[in-house]
Design a protein around this ligand. Structure first.
Ligand code: ADP
Ligand code: ZN
Length: 755
């Protein structure tokens, strides 16, 4: 009896399992892991990824015979190579994500379109096609004067002309076709690649290569040694702001290429650090590919294909670029590894840094985690556990000093002035002084809009979103109250919806208000604002940043966007308003986040010839994260924070998973949460122990309603990661039997955001 061949397929549906199909004889040669297959699913047809093929000598009777056959194999070449298939399986199991969703993020959009009706729809999206006109021969033929003219025009062009360009030059298509018929011209269709590099404004001549200083050289040589060993190695590059980490990355990437390996550089957001992308392209030219969320589907597909075909051996990109189809990567760099944007907040909820580490393990590659403020866990694993190598860049380039930091106690400011000040006297005077000297200033307030609260002073009620439990922020530009979660907005009411009185007041301020205040005080200054509202339109962000870099803006107000990685040598003063504001959030990482933000924004000052100064305003100046940020002392902050984590069993001393239960009806959602807790408790009895695993909740999430859904959460804290996975896996399997087949239950492993 002939062996029966089975294919295990990941289908693009939120289902936590692979499905088996029979592989008909005719498809057996093509059915290889990593190709897309068209399969029946219920009464639908779906495109899935073939993950595994296995043979069984004796076809199982019963179940096996019920299996349906694969309809067709869609690719000649596997779209997902063997190492990435392994990585996808890891993402799926580690983050408890349905395998179909884990593989979906590895591919450009559209390749796994859910339901397929015709055979036409699932072919590869083609590269963009354009017709060009070019000269083929100079043979003697009699030509009319019009034909003669057209021929000369096409000949004069040094490159093939686009058909559209030829038409613009006055050649009619009839004449061109006649010339083609005579064999003088050829009209051909060519594939063109949609290149996204134009979006990062590469200006030639701007990028200088530097000779590495001693600290950089020693960091580089550590990476070089690791590369030459040819096995997995992880390395933390802890370099103060302005220590020249980028230059180390570029040299390291170059080194990896020299060793016939490929390389990947992950950055939090391309738009915010166009310099890095610019350096990258200047160094690696045509070898460089770029992947980020701002690309069109076509651009993204073309970049993906370039990488897949080996035309690009280096990639710079954001989160999902960790899955770029590079062959044999030798070096993966995660810049600003502490950045929260590396965590995907929807399924599959992977963390790009941790996924990069896993990928490096699978590929025998070197992974470099760079930051001026490493995430606490990363630093702990490197320095206390020896799990990563550790290299410190302790000083800035050219021995430039770190900025001096001054802390303004806003409680004293209030006493002195007898009223609440938004901008302290010291900060105002310092801004004036810097502006007079022709220097640049950054002012950070991590809250957009004009005012975060519209309060009725008669009854105390505030205007909140109907769909989300969050107060509405007033936006001056649109003159509306907006929800920062769901985007809902409404006009500002004249009177209180609750008591009908007209005592509505704005309380507190956001960046719009600060911009207004600064305009009043410094009418001569060229001022701009950078936050999510001003960058809505594509390209606006790079516009503001490059204007600032060119010195055409004196004063830039913004949210945390202005704190990230920028290298503006003209900035000598950074002002921070309401430094403590993120401390109030009910998240165990809030101290760490505050510290990182303050240190990062401070790091924007004094990167040029002039030393920098930072002024931090706070009502909470004694908090350790504010105190150590002012001292720019990472080690002391770490010591204090790690004790808190140890005492209360937070990462890195425990693994966390957040189970989020959502639904339209509050009572039903709460009931579902209790059901989930009951199942969790039963599974814990089987696989773990109360002493090693604790459940907190179910409790309404800090933001109980979002976009109309009620949200409850159960936080799982454990000292055993294998047990965590067993318990969660078993719970999810059983969740199918709970109400609604477990819809509305999602699991966030290693959550970054607990709100
Ligand atoms: P970081 O990312 O560590 O904050 P950057 O990589 O932005 O620092 O580097 C800061 C500045 O120093 C950049 O303008 C960079 O071009 C410059 N730079 C880097 N290395 C050198 C060097 N060896 N000599 C002179 N300037 C350098
Ligand atoms: Zn809302």
């Amino acid at each position: 009896m002939a062996a029966t061949v089975f294919a295990d397929v990941a289908v693009p549906l939120p289902i936590h399992q692979l499905f088996s199909y029979l592989v008909p004889d005719a498809l057996q040669a093509d059915a290889r892991p990593g190709v897309r297959v068209l399969v029946p699913f219920g009464n639908r047809r779906l495109i899935g990824i073939l993950v595994r093929v296995h043979e069984e000598a004796n076809a199982p009777s019963g179940d096996g015979l019920q299996l349906k056959p694969v309809f067709s194999v869609l690719d000649r070449v596997p779209l997902i190579g063997p190492r990435l298939l392994e990585l996808g399986a890891w993402v799926s199991s580690y983050y408890l994500a349905p395998p179909g969703e884990a593989f979906r993020v590895m591919l450009p959009p559209g390749l796994l379109a859910r339901s397929v009706m015709t055979d036409q729809e699932h072919c590869w999206p083609l590269r963009k096609q354009l017709a060009v006109v070019r000269v083929t021969s100079g043979s003697e033929t009699a030509l009319s004067s019009k034909q003669e003219q057209a021929f000369e025009k096409v000949k004069a062009a040094s490159l093939p002309l686009l058909l559209a360009e030829a038409l613009q030059l006055g050649c009619t298509s009839a004449v061109l076709r006649t010339l083609a018929a005579k064999g003088l011209l050829e009209i051909a269709t060519v594939e063109v690649e949609r290149s996204p590099w134009s979006t990062v404004h590469v200006q030639p001549g701007e990028v200088r290569r530097h000779v590495l200083n001693e600290e950089q050289r020693s960091a580089f040589s550590q990476i070089e040694q690791a590369l030459s060993a040819g096995s997995f190695r992880s390395l933390v590059l802890h370099g103060v702001t302005g220590s020249g980490k980028t230059e180390v990355y570029l040299n390291a990437v170059n080194e990896a290429l020299g060793r016939r390996r490929t390389a990947l550089l992950l950055v939090p957001e391309i738009g915010l650090t166009p310099q890095v992308a610019r350096y990258f392209q200047t160094w690696f030219k045509n070898e460089a590919a770029i992947l980020h969320s701002g690309l069109s589907d076509g651009e993204r597909f073309d970049q993906w294909l370039r990488i897949k075909q080996g035309d690009s051996r280096v990639v710079i990109g954001t989160r999902s670029a960790v899955f770029a189809p590079l062959e044999n990567p030798g070096l993966l760099i995660v810049d600003e590894e502490h950045d929260g944007s590396y965590k995907q907040e929807e399924t599959p909820r992977y963390h790009a840094r941790d996924t990069a580490i896993k990928r490096a393990q699978l590929e025998n590659a070197v992974v470099v985690l760079g930051s001026a403020t490493p995430q606490l866990e990363t630093y702990y694993l490197a320095t206390s556990r020896g799990q990563h190598g550790y290299h410190r860049l302790a000083s800035r380039i050219q021995e430039r000093p770190l900025p001096t930091v001054r802390l303004v106690d806003m409680r004293i400011e209030f006493q002195n002035r007898g009223r609440a000040a938004v901008i302290s006297q010291i900060l105002e005077d310092s801004i004036r002084l810097r502006l007079e000297q022709g220097q640049q200033v950054l002012v950070l307030l991590n809250r957009r809009g004009y005012s975060p609260l519209l309060l009725c002073r008669s009854c105390g009620s505030t205007e909140a979103c109907n769909q989300c439990s969050i107060s509405l922020t007033y936006h001056q530009e649109s003159k509306r109250l907006c929800c920062h979660y769901c985007g809902y907005s409404r006009a500002v009411p004249k009177s209180c919806a609750n008591c009908g009185k007209q005592y509505l007041f704005f309380v507190g301020e956001g960046t719009e208000r600060i911009e207004e205040l600064l305009r009043e005080r410094f009418p001569e200054a060229r001022l701009a604002r950078l936050d999510r509202d001003t960058v809505q339109r594509r390209g606006r962000m790079t516009g503001i940043l490059s204007e600032f870099a060119a010195g055409n803006i004196d004063l830039l107000v913004g949210t945390q966007m202005i704190a990230k990685g920028h290298d503006f040598p003209g900035v000598t003063l950074v002002g921070v308003l309401a430094a403590e504001q993120s401390l109030r959030l009910a998240d165990f990482r809030s101290a760490e986040r505050t510290f990182q933000l303050l240190l990062q924004v401070a790091g924007r000052a004094g990167r040029g010839d002039q030393p920098g100064e930072v002024i931090i305003q706070s009502y909470f100046p004694n908090h350790y994260s504010v105190k150590y940020a002012c001292a720019q002392d990472y080690a002391r902050f770490f010591q204090e924070e790690i004790e808190f984590r140890r005492r209360f069993r937070y990462p890195p001393f425990a693994a966390l998973a957040n189970i989020i239960i959502t639904g339209k009806d509050r009572g039903r959602t709460e009931q579902l949460s209790s059901d989930v807790l009951r199942v969790l408790t039963e599974e814990r009895r089987l696989w773990s122990h109360e002493e090693r695993m604790r459940f907190l909740g179910p409790a309404p999430a800090a933001r109980e309603r979002l976009r109309g859904d009620f949200r409850f959460q159960i936080l799982v804290k454990t000292t055993s990661r294998p047990e965590l996975h067993r318990v969660l896996e078993a719970t999810l399997t059983r969740a199918k039997d709970i109400e609604g087949q477990g819809k509305g239950i999602s699991v966030d492993v290693d959550p970054v955001n607990l709100l």
